[in-house]
Ligand binder design. Structure first.
Ligand SMILES: *Cc1c(COP(=O)(O)O)cnc(C)c1O
Length: 565
């Protein structure tokens, strides 16, 4: 591994800021889809030689390690990881004044090397240094841990500290990409640097160059609900960053009542993106007056394709990792090869399930997979709404269910859902095998999205901004059945690429009944009675979904439409 930052200074022109990033399974600095997207973005930037430096927090204690007891109760442990094993400390240190004392920040360098050798730098910011008070040392330990004050301090370290680190290291950048509102304070830091000294009259925004900052900032928003956006009281902001910027100006940029980081980012970014067409529309509705673009998310094909499928693709389409668009020719793949690869991915999944839970699943019975953050709008309990119905479907057409997912330590509803899934699985015992595998992470996500037969997603519309796990499934020929929300509105061709759960949004309470109906009458009968058609659908999924919903396509669009504005 290269340890020198100098290599990157001249050729890097863009900085991408993200609170979380999934760099590799051994580095637990991510909580879910947002971090996986950031990681896939970095991997695609390396593949495509897009000149980006990534900035994130060191998150030494990771998100958390999940344990689940027999009753389904989740407990959390810090997930400490060894920075020194993967990263190199850099000499530069900068300070940010928080609560009127300097908080020192040291960057660590992680280098991602893509298969053809191109490298991309990632800076992980760390406040655990001798110069800091004990309390400040822990600021970059716990991803999404602590209270509002802890969170805002982390965002100060990321946004303001991140910009200062980049300058101290000698980067000269023309564009800054804010991955979600968490990174919005970077734009405020840039703004303060455009300030021209005012003599003695009152300072006003005329002394700041908002258009200059807007020309440099790109913002991707991920959250379609008002409550999901980071907001802080002005009292807290003033306590942590007294005098950082004139309050009147900040209120115009970030909202009168609270410091709303999404609003701040919307006002300071010249290019704003939603993560799917539907999400861009929802965002435009929530924040009228802004132009919201829609570059739909994608996943990194090389990362999320099972080794067996990767080998098959390489033998037919040698450049598929660089240009996944060629997978549009997947109908040429021999059915038997596709099925053999699927059986191999499924065997790997069943091996992992057996290792981690002791439960043996049957490879000849279809696996319904469901894994995501356990939180209200994802409706992880929807499938279990009517256990008699689930049982009766399984009596006609046997299936088995594998689930996984973490609830945020303070998400009471999410934790409750995990308990209820365990209770439902107990009631279904001997009728339908349902397994909950603890410790959902990148590695388990790879096994699950490749090894299931059917990938289920049941969010409450319009709250699924995009969703990406179904895209990983499609790369492996796994068929999606999902509520029409987020990316699936764009990807679903009924009966061709997968299936929708069809009722309109205002009838969301019918979703469980619709799901049962479709599984019973369409999906499971097809699996058992028409294997040729099933395999054709697997290839159609690859040809129509994997070829488009990948991060190479996504980053080519960001590069040409957002970075090269
Ligand atoms: C892909 C992924 C997600 C996001 O999946 P969604 O379908 O967007 O919910 C979350 N967590 C992990 C570990 C993942 O790999």
């Amino acid at each position: 591994m290269s340890t020198s930052i100098d290599l990157f200074l001249l050729r890097t022109h863009i900085a991408y800021f993200s609170m979380e990033i999934a760099l590799r399974p051994e580095i637990p600095t991510y909580a879910g889809g947002l971090g996986v997207l950031a990681g896939d973005t970095a991997r695609s930037c390396a593949d495509l030689e897009i000149p980006v430096v990534f900035v994130t927090l060191a998150s030494r204690a990771g998100y958390f390690r999940q344990s689940i007891d027999a009753d389904g109760r989740q407990t959390e442990e810090p997930d400490w990881w060894e920075l020194r094993r993967w990263c190199t400390p850099l000499d530069a240190m900068v300070a940010v004044e928080i609560e009127q004392r300097p908080v020192w920040i040291r960057p660590w360098l992680y280098v991602h090397t893509c298969p053809h050798g191109h490298q991309i730098p990632v800076l992980l910011l760390d406040t655990d240094v001798d110069q800091n008070d004990e309390a400040d040392c822990t600021l970059t330990h716990y991803l999404y841990g602590g209270d509002d004050s802890y969170r805002l301090k982390q965002e100060i370290v990321l946004g303001i500290g991140g910009i200062r680190i980049l300058r101290a290291l000698g980067f000269s950048l023309h564009t800054y990409h804010l991955n979600e509102g968490h990174a919005a304070l970077l734009a405020l830091e840039l703004l303060t640097r455009t300030r021209t000294p005012a003599s003695d009259q009152l300072e006003s925004e005329l002394q700041y160059d908002v258009p200059e900052v807007r020309a440099r900032c790109v913002f991707t928003t991920h959250t379609p609900v008002e409550a999901g956006h980071d907001q802080f009281s002005y009292a807290l902001f003033e306590r942590l960053l007294p005098g950082f910027i004139e309050l009147e100006l900040l209120k115009r940029l970030a909202g009168q009542a609270k410091v709303n980081l999404t609003r701040l980012a919307l006002n300071l970014a010249g290019y704003v993106n939603g993560v799917a067409r539907r999400h861009a529309q929802t965002t435009a509705h929530l924040f009228p007056g802004y132009r919201i673009h829609a570059i739909t998310n994608g996943v990194h094909a090389g990362t999320w394709t099972h080794a067996a499928f990767a080998e098959l693709y390489t033998s037919h389409f040698p450049d598929w990792q660089h240009e996944p668009e060629v997978l549009t020719r997947a109908l040429r793949l021999p059915d038997d090869d596709v099925w053999r690869c699927h059986r191999s991915a499924k065997a790997d999944l069943l091996g992992i399930v057996k290792d981690r839970t002791g439960i043996s699943l049957d490879p000849s019975i279809p696996v319904l997979g469901f894994a995501r953050r356990m939180t209200g709008y994802k409706r992880p309990l929807l499938f279990f709404e009517d256990l008699d119905r689930v049982t009766s479907i399984a009596q006609q057409h046997p299936f088995q269910v594998v689930m996984a997912g973490k609830a945020h330590p303070r998400d009471v509803e999410g934790k409750q859902a995990i308990e209820e899934i365990h209770a439902a699985a107990r009631k279904l015992r001997d009728k339908v095998t349902c397994v909950f595998v603890p410790g959902y992470d990148m590695q388990l996500a790879m096994a699950l999205t490749a090894g299931a037969d059917i990938w289920l997603n049941t969010p409450l519309p319009p709250l699924e901004a995009s969703g990406t796990s179904g895209m990983k499934a499609a790369l492996n020929g796994v068929l999606n059945i999902s509520v029409l929300d987020g990316w699936w509105i764009e990807a679903c061709i009924e009966g061709v690429t997968g299936w929708s759960i069809e009722t309109r949004d205002e009838e969301a309470h019918h979703h469980a009944a619709d799901l049962y109906e479709k599984l019973e009458r369409v999906v499971l009968p097809l699996y058992y009675t028409d294997p040729a058609q099933w395999r054709l659908m697997m290839k159609q999924t690859i040809a129509n979904i994997a070829c488009y919903f990948n991060s190479q396509r996504m980053m080519r669009r960001y590069a040409s439409e957002a970075y090269l504005r």
